[in-house]
Design a protein around this ligand. Structure first.
Ligand SMILES: Cc1cc2nc3c(=O)[nH]c(=O)nc-3n(C[C@H](O)[C@H](O)[C@H](O)COP(=O)(O)O)c2cc1C
Length: 158
């Protein structure tokens, strides 16, 4: 995959990792750590919050959004479930209200799973997450699904 150039490379940037894995310290989280490569970041684990399906109340959605909004660098990390993002992420996204709160942010994605060839899953995930990026005015840098791609994506940040 070709990655776009980043616009935020300052030490004072607000860097947020939204972890959409059920495992707070699983492979998704480990790859995010590799991605940031020593830079500081705030990790927000969707699994630590109770966010119901849309139509069943907001639950703790606002608590998560407050931490994510105004990020200069947003990394979403998701395990691949059924060739798509995790339900944690999809449920969170279903609650989003389009706003200017992420306008101009650099947006990175790590989507990883067990299979060797993730091209179909990445294609699917690219569709919904590029829609998310464009509605929020973010600069979509790209999706990494392997360790090698995480290293390449990380170069865009440095
Ligand atoms: C419900 C479920 C569905 C999954 N579907 C896929 C899949 O479609 N393709 C794949 O490569 N891996 C799939 N996996 C494997 C996970 O993506 C993989 O174990 C991932 O590394 C988990 O990340 P984590 O350590 O952050 O939880 C699935 C796992 C679960 C629990």
């Amino acid at each position: 995959m070709n990655f776009t150039d980043a616009t935020h490379k300052s030490e004072n940037d607000k860097r947020v990792f939204l972890n959409a894995s059920k495992n707070v310290n699983g492979k998704t989280s480990l790859m995010a750590k590799e991605f940031f490569d020593g830079l500081s970041y705030q990790q927000v684990n969707l699994a630590d919050y109770d966010i119901p399906q849309i139509g069943k109340g907001r639950g703790e959605y606002e608590k998560v959004w407050k931490q994510v909004k105004n990020a200069d660098v947003l990394l979403i990390g998701t395990p691949i479930y059924w060739s798509d993002v995790s339900g944690y992420l999809k449920t969170f996204m279903d609650h989003l209200d389009v706003s200017d709160d992420l306008n101009g942010a650099d947006f990175y994605v790590i989507a990883q799973g067990m299979a060797i060839d993730q091209s179909e899953a990445v294609h699917t995930i690219y569709g919904s997450l590029s829609h998310f990026a464009s509605r929020f005015g973010m600069n979509f840098i790209g999706i990494a699904s392997t360790e090698g791609e995480v290293a390449q994506l990380s170069e865009k940040l440095q």
